[in-house]
Design a protein around this ligand. Structure first.
Ligand code: HEM
Length: 305
Protein backbone atom coordinates (compact mmCIF):
# COMPACT_ATOMS: atom_id res chain seq x y z
CA UNK A 1 0.00 0.00 0.00
CA UNK A 2 1.35 3.42 -0.91
CA UNK A 3 1.01 6.69 0.99
CA UNK A 4 0.44 10.20 -0.33
CA UNK A 5 2.85 13.08 0.11
CA UNK A 6 1.58 14.06 3.55
CA UNK A 7 1.53 17.81 2.88
CA UNK A 8 -1.39 17.40 0.45
CA UNK A 9 -3.72 16.84 3.41
CA UNK A 10 -1.84 18.76 6.13
CA UNK A 11 -3.26 21.94 7.63
CA UNK A 12 -1.85 24.73 5.47
CA UNK A 13 0.53 27.28 6.91
CA UNK A 14 -0.20 30.99 6.49
CA UNK A 15 2.67 31.49 4.01
CA UNK A 16 2.95 29.63 0.73
CA UNK A 17 5.41 29.64 -2.16
CA UNK A 18 4.87 28.14 -5.61
CA UNK A 19 7.89 27.66 -7.87
CA UNK A 20 7.56 26.25 -11.41
CA UNK A 21 10.69 25.06 -13.21
CA UNK A 22 11.68 23.33 -16.47
CA UNK A 23 14.87 21.62 -17.54
CA UNK A 24 17.70 23.34 -19.39
CA UNK A 25 19.47 21.62 -22.28
CA UNK A 26 21.89 19.04 -20.91
CA UNK A 27 20.25 18.96 -17.47
CA UNK A 28 21.72 16.29 -15.21
CA UNK A 29 19.05 14.09 -13.62
CA UNK A 30 21.47 13.19 -10.82
CA UNK A 31 21.83 16.86 -9.87
CA UNK A 32 18.03 17.29 -9.95
CA UNK A 33 17.59 14.22 -7.76
CA UNK A 34 20.08 15.42 -5.16
CA UNK A 35 18.64 18.98 -5.07
CA UNK A 36 15.14 17.58 -4.46
CA UNK A 37 16.37 15.12 -1.83
CA UNK A 38 18.05 18.01 -0.01
CA UNK A 39 14.85 20.11 -0.28
CA UNK A 40 12.82 17.28 1.21
CA UNK A 41 15.15 17.00 4.17
CA UNK A 42 15.36 20.81 4.67
CA UNK A 43 11.55 21.00 4.73
CA UNK A 44 11.30 18.11 7.15
CA UNK A 45 13.83 19.76 9.50
CA UNK A 46 11.79 23.00 9.55
CA UNK A 47 8.32 21.35 9.53
CA UNK A 48 7.53 22.97 6.18
CA UNK A 49 4.74 21.31 4.19
CA UNK A 50 6.24 20.36 0.83
CA UNK A 51 4.50 18.90 -2.21
CA UNK A 52 6.56 18.00 -5.30
CA UNK A 53 4.63 17.79 -8.56
CA UNK A 54 6.08 16.58 -11.88
CA UNK A 55 5.04 17.13 -15.49
CA UNK A 56 4.59 14.03 -17.67
CA UNK A 57 8.11 14.05 -19.23
CA UNK A 58 10.12 14.61 -16.05
CA UNK A 59 8.00 12.08 -14.17
CA UNK A 60 8.83 9.43 -16.78
CA UNK A 61 12.50 10.45 -17.07
CA UNK A 62 12.97 10.09 -13.31
CA UNK A 63 11.52 6.58 -13.48
CA UNK A 64 8.16 7.47 -11.93
CA UNK A 65 5.02 5.40 -12.30
CA UNK A 66 3.07 7.49 -14.88
CA UNK A 67 -0.70 7.47 -14.25
CA UNK A 68 -3.26 6.97 -17.01
CA UNK A 69 -4.50 9.98 -18.98
CA UNK A 70 -1.81 12.41 -17.75
CA UNK A 71 -1.89 15.30 -20.24
CA UNK A 72 -0.09 18.62 -20.48
CA UNK A 73 -2.16 21.76 -19.94
CA UNK A 74 -3.35 23.29 -23.21
CA UNK A 75 -4.91 26.76 -23.28
CA UNK A 76 -8.70 26.57 -22.82
CA UNK A 77 -10.44 29.08 -25.09
CA UNK A 78 -13.97 30.45 -24.81
CA UNK A 79 -16.27 29.92 -27.78
CA UNK A 80 -18.43 33.06 -27.50
CA UNK A 81 -16.06 35.54 -29.16
CA UNK A 82 -15.15 37.16 -25.83
CA UNK A 83 -11.50 36.18 -26.19
CA UNK A 84 -11.48 34.93 -22.58
CA UNK A 85 -9.14 32.02 -22.01
CA UNK A 86 -7.39 29.91 -19.38
CA UNK A 87 -3.79 30.20 -20.46
CA UNK A 88 -1.64 27.06 -20.62
CA UNK A 89 1.95 27.42 -19.41
CA UNK A 90 2.98 23.82 -18.72
CA UNK A 91 6.30 23.39 -16.88
CA UNK A 92 8.10 20.27 -15.64
CA UNK A 93 8.35 20.68 -11.89
CA UNK A 94 6.28 22.35 -9.20
CA UNK A 95 7.57 23.03 -5.70
CA UNK A 96 4.71 23.92 -3.32
CA UNK A 97 5.86 24.92 0.15
CA UNK A 98 3.81 26.27 3.03
CA UNK A 99 4.41 27.00 6.68
CA UNK A 100 3.49 29.52 9.37
CA UNK A 101 7.04 30.92 8.90
CA UNK A 102 7.59 32.95 5.72
CA UNK A 103 11.35 33.18 6.29
CA UNK A 104 11.68 29.38 6.46
CA UNK A 105 9.65 28.96 3.29
CA UNK A 106 11.69 31.56 1.43
CA UNK A 107 15.01 29.99 2.50
CA UNK A 108 14.06 26.43 1.60
CA UNK A 109 12.84 27.33 -1.89
CA UNK A 110 15.81 29.67 -2.43
CA UNK A 111 18.30 26.92 -1.57
CA UNK A 112 16.47 24.45 -3.83
CA UNK A 113 16.41 26.72 -6.87
CA UNK A 114 20.06 27.61 -6.27
CA UNK A 115 20.96 23.90 -6.21
CA UNK A 116 18.89 23.32 -9.37
CA UNK A 117 20.45 26.28 -11.25
CA UNK A 118 22.16 25.23 -14.47
CA UNK A 119 19.89 22.18 -14.70
CA UNK A 120 16.47 23.75 -14.30
CA UNK A 121 15.27 27.34 -14.74
CA UNK A 122 12.52 29.01 -12.78
CA UNK A 123 9.70 29.86 -15.18
CA UNK A 124 7.50 31.59 -12.60
CA UNK A 125 6.88 31.79 -8.88
CA UNK A 126 4.10 33.10 -6.65
CA UNK A 127 4.15 33.66 -2.90
CA UNK A 128 0.60 33.44 -1.53
CA UNK A 129 -1.11 33.74 1.85
CA UNK A 130 -4.25 32.73 3.70
CA UNK A 131 -6.72 35.64 3.79
CA UNK A 132 -9.02 35.71 6.84
CA UNK A 133 -11.08 32.58 7.31
CA UNK A 134 -10.19 31.13 3.89
CA UNK A 135 -11.44 34.10 1.86
CA UNK A 136 -10.89 34.80 -1.79
CA UNK A 137 -10.15 38.50 -2.48
CA UNK A 138 -13.69 38.87 -3.85
CA UNK A 139 -14.72 38.52 -0.17
CA UNK A 140 -16.30 35.08 -0.66
CA UNK A 141 -15.36 32.04 1.41
CA UNK A 142 -13.37 29.59 -0.72
CA UNK A 143 -13.48 25.90 0.14
CA UNK A 144 -17.02 25.40 1.51
CA UNK A 145 -17.93 22.74 -1.07
CA UNK A 146 -14.74 20.74 -0.49
CA UNK A 147 -15.27 17.08 0.45
CA UNK A 148 -15.25 16.18 4.15
CA UNK A 149 -11.62 15.77 5.32
CA UNK A 150 -12.24 12.05 5.86
CA UNK A 151 -13.35 11.71 2.20
CA UNK A 152 -10.45 13.70 0.72
CA UNK A 153 -8.02 10.77 0.25
CA UNK A 154 -10.70 8.89 -1.72
CA UNK A 155 -11.29 11.97 -3.89
CA UNK A 156 -7.68 13.01 -4.37
CA UNK A 157 -5.59 9.82 -4.59
CA UNK A 158 -5.13 7.33 -7.41
CA UNK A 159 -6.48 4.06 -5.97
CA UNK A 160 -4.32 1.03 -5.18
CA UNK A 161 -3.91 -1.25 -8.16
CA UNK A 162 -3.82 1.61 -10.72
CA UNK A 163 -0.73 3.21 -12.28
CA UNK A 164 0.49 5.96 -9.96
CA UNK A 165 -1.35 4.56 -6.91
CA UNK A 166 -1.19 6.86 -3.89
CA UNK A 167 -0.33 9.82 -6.11
CA UNK A 168 -2.49 12.80 -7.00
CA UNK A 169 -3.17 14.93 -10.09
CA UNK A 170 -2.63 18.66 -9.53
CA UNK A 171 -4.09 21.67 -11.30
CA UNK A 172 -2.11 24.86 -10.55
CA UNK A 173 -3.26 28.19 -12.04
CA UNK A 174 -2.68 31.84 -11.21
CA UNK A 175 -5.98 33.66 -11.71
CA UNK A 176 -5.85 37.46 -12.11
CA UNK A 177 -8.81 39.33 -10.63
CA UNK A 178 -10.40 42.56 -11.83
CA UNK A 179 -11.29 43.58 -8.28
CA UNK A 180 -12.34 47.08 -9.32
CA UNK A 181 -14.98 45.69 -11.68
CA UNK A 182 -16.01 43.10 -9.11
CA UNK A 183 -16.47 45.66 -6.33
CA UNK A 184 -18.68 47.82 -8.56
CA UNK A 185 -21.28 45.03 -8.50
CA UNK A 186 -23.97 44.79 -5.82
CA UNK A 187 -23.55 42.00 -3.28
CA UNK A 188 -26.71 40.41 -4.66
CA UNK A 189 -25.20 40.25 -8.16
CA UNK A 190 -21.89 38.97 -6.77
CA UNK A 191 -23.77 36.17 -5.01
CA UNK A 192 -25.45 35.20 -8.28
CA UNK A 193 -22.00 34.88 -9.88
CA UNK A 194 -20.78 32.32 -7.35
CA UNK A 195 -24.19 30.81 -6.49
CA UNK A 196 -23.51 31.21 -2.77
CA UNK A 197 -24.08 33.98 -0.23
CA UNK A 198 -21.21 36.31 0.64
CA UNK A 199 -21.74 36.37 4.41
CA UNK A 200 -21.71 32.65 5.12
CA UNK A 201 -21.40 30.76 1.82
CA UNK A 202 -24.95 29.38 1.89
CA UNK A 203 -25.79 27.76 -1.43
CA UNK A 204 -28.51 29.68 -3.35
CA UNK A 205 -31.55 27.49 -4.13
CA UNK A 206 -31.92 29.23 -7.47
CA UNK A 207 -28.73 28.87 -9.58
CA UNK A 208 -28.30 31.15 -12.60
CA UNK A 209 -27.06 29.33 -15.70
CA UNK A 210 -23.93 31.52 -15.58
CA UNK A 211 -23.11 30.79 -11.91
CA UNK A 212 -19.77 29.28 -10.90
CA UNK A 213 -21.56 26.40 -9.16
CA UNK A 214 -23.52 25.67 -12.35
CA UNK A 215 -20.12 24.91 -13.95
CA UNK A 216 -18.09 23.22 -11.22
CA UNK A 217 -20.56 21.51 -8.86
CA UNK A 218 -20.74 18.35 -10.91
CA UNK A 219 -23.59 16.01 -9.98
CA UNK A 220 -25.29 12.98 -11.43
CA UNK A 221 -27.70 14.25 -14.07
CA UNK A 222 -27.83 18.04 -14.25
CA UNK A 223 -24.86 19.99 -12.89
CA UNK A 224 -25.76 21.91 -9.68
CA UNK A 225 -29.03 19.97 -9.18
CA UNK A 226 -28.73 19.76 -5.38
CA UNK A 227 -31.09 16.78 -5.18
CA UNK A 228 -28.51 14.56 -6.95
CA UNK A 229 -25.25 13.21 -5.47
CA UNK A 230 -21.98 14.98 -6.33
CA UNK A 231 -19.55 13.25 -8.64
CA UNK A 232 -15.86 13.66 -9.51
CA UNK A 233 -15.11 15.90 -6.60
CA UNK A 234 -11.79 17.64 -6.15
CA UNK A 235 -9.87 18.84 -3.07
CA UNK A 236 -9.08 22.55 -3.38
CA UNK A 237 -6.24 24.39 -1.57
CA UNK A 238 -6.34 27.81 -3.25
CA UNK A 239 -4.92 30.97 -1.66
CA UNK A 240 -4.73 34.66 -2.68
CA UNK A 241 -1.64 36.54 -3.82
CA UNK A 242 -0.74 40.23 -4.33
CA UNK A 243 2.13 41.47 -6.50
CA UNK A 244 3.93 44.78 -6.11
CA UNK A 245 2.53 46.06 -9.41
CA UNK A 246 -1.02 45.82 -8.04
CA UNK A 247 -1.88 42.49 -9.69
CA UNK A 248 -4.03 40.41 -7.33
CA UNK A 249 -6.00 37.20 -7.55
CA UNK A 250 -6.34 33.58 -6.56
CA UNK A 251 -3.70 30.90 -6.86
CA UNK A 252 -5.92 27.94 -7.72
CA UNK A 253 -4.46 24.67 -6.43
CA UNK A 254 -6.43 21.44 -6.43
CA UNK A 255 -5.92 17.69 -6.21
CA UNK A 256 -7.83 14.84 -7.84
CA UNK A 257 -7.48 11.09 -8.44
CA UNK A 258 -7.97 11.72 -12.19
CA UNK A 259 -7.21 14.63 -14.48
CA UNK A 260 -10.46 14.57 -16.48
CA UNK A 261 -12.60 16.25 -13.75
CA UNK A 262 -10.33 19.33 -13.99
CA UNK A 263 -10.59 19.43 -17.78
CA UNK A 264 -14.37 18.98 -17.66
CA UNK A 265 -14.81 21.90 -15.25
CA UNK A 266 -12.49 24.24 -17.16
CA UNK A 267 -14.12 23.52 -20.48
CA UNK A 268 -17.54 24.15 -18.89
CA UNK A 269 -16.33 27.43 -17.33
CA UNK A 270 -15.26 28.66 -20.78
CA UNK A 271 -18.51 27.58 -22.45
CA UNK A 272 -16.97 24.85 -24.59
CA UNK A 273 -19.82 22.47 -23.76
CA UNK A 274 -22.47 24.90 -25.04
CA UNK A 275 -23.26 26.30 -21.58
CA UNK A 276 -23.00 30.07 -21.15
CA UNK A 277 -19.50 30.99 -19.93
CA UNK A 278 -19.00 31.05 -16.13
CA UNK A 279 -19.62 34.73 -15.24
CA UNK A 280 -16.64 34.56 -12.91
CA UNK A 281 -14.51 34.72 -16.06
CA UNK A 282 -15.84 38.25 -16.70
CA UNK A 283 -13.81 39.20 -13.59
CA UNK A 284 -10.95 36.73 -13.43
CA UNK A 285 -8.88 34.67 -15.83
CA UNK A 286 -5.70 32.64 -15.40
CA UNK A 287 -2.35 34.04 -16.51
CA UNK A 288 -0.78 30.59 -16.07
CA UNK A 289 -1.87 26.97 -15.87
CA UNK A 290 -0.11 23.61 -15.52
CA UNK A 291 -0.97 20.03 -14.71
CA UNK A 292 1.35 18.04 -12.49
CA UNK A 293 1.35 14.69 -10.73
CA UNK A 294 2.39 14.36 -7.09
CA UNK A 295 3.68 10.77 -6.80
CA UNK A 296 3.17 8.80 -3.60
CA UNK A 297 5.82 9.19 -0.88
CA UNK A 298 7.22 5.75 -1.75
CA UNK A 299 7.41 6.52 -5.48
CA UNK A 300 9.04 9.85 -4.75
CA UNK A 301 11.76 8.17 -2.69
CA UNK A 302 12.33 5.69 -5.51
CA UNK A 303 12.53 8.50 -8.09
CA UNK A 304 14.84 10.91 -6.28
CA UNK A 305 16.48 8.71 -3.66
C1 HEM B 1 -10.72 32.85 -9.87
C2 HEM B 1 -10.87 31.54 -9.76
C3 HEM B 1 -11.84 30.90 -8.81
C4 HEM B 1 -12.47 31.45 -7.72
C5 HEM B 1 -12.32 32.86 -7.15
C6 HEM B 1 -13.32 30.42 -7.18
C7 HEM B 1 -14.13 30.59 -6.08
C8 HEM B 1 -15.05 29.66 -5.64
C9 HEM B 1 -16.01 29.89 -4.61
C10 HEM B 1 -16.17 31.20 -3.83
C11 HEM B 1 -16.73 28.77 -4.47
C12 HEM B 1 -17.92 28.52 -3.51
C13 HEM B 1 -17.47 28.10 -2.15
C14 HEM B 1 -16.70 26.82 -2.16
O1 HEM B 1 -17.27 25.74 -2.30
O2 HEM B 1 -15.48 26.90 -2.09
C15 HEM B 1 -16.19 27.78 -5.37
C16 HEM B 1 -16.61 26.48 -5.49
C17 HEM B 1 -15.99 25.54 -6.27
N1 HEM B 1 -15.03 25.78 -7.24
FE1 HEM B 1 -14.20 27.54 -7.66
N2 HEM B 1 -13.19 29.29 -7.92
C18 HEM B 1 -12.30 29.54 -8.93
C19 HEM B 1 -11.89 28.67 -9.92
C20 HEM B 1 -12.22 27.33 -9.96
C21 HEM B 1 -11.69 26.37 -10.90
C22 HEM B 1 -10.67 26.68 -12.00
C23 HEM B 1 -12.24 25.16 -10.59
C24 HEM B 1 -12.02 23.80 -11.21
C25 HEM B 1 -11.35 23.58 -12.32
C26 HEM B 1 -13.12 25.37 -9.45
C27 HEM B 1 -13.80 24.38 -8.81
C28 HEM B 1 -14.68 24.58 -7.78
C29 HEM B 1 -15.43 23.51 -7.15
C30 HEM B 1 -15.30 22.02 -7.44
C31 HEM B 1 -16.26 24.11 -6.20
C32 HEM B 1 -17.20 23.41 -5.23
C33 HEM B 1 -18.48 23.03 -5.91
C34 HEM B 1 -19.32 22.18 -4.98
O3 HEM B 1 -19.90 22.74 -4.03
O4 HEM B 1 -19.36 20.98 -5.22
N3 HEM B 1 -13.09 26.70 -9.11
N4 HEM B 1 -15.17 28.38 -6.10
Amino acid sequence: MSHPQAAIFAEMGQHQWYVHLSRNDGADLGAIRSALTQLRSDCEAKSINLVLGFGPDLLADLGGDVPDDFQKFETVQSTDGSGREAKGTQEELLLWLNSPQKDDVWKAQYDARTALAGHMSVARETPTFIYGESLDMTGFIDGTGNPEPSDEPEVALVPDGSAGAGGSFILAQRWVHDLTGWNEMSVEDQEKVFGRTKADSTRLDQQEDFSHLAHVELRDGETADATKPKRNEIARRSTPYAFHDGTVGLYFMAFCREQAPFRERLSAMYGQDGQPRDKLTDFSNPASGSYYFAPSAEQLSKMIG
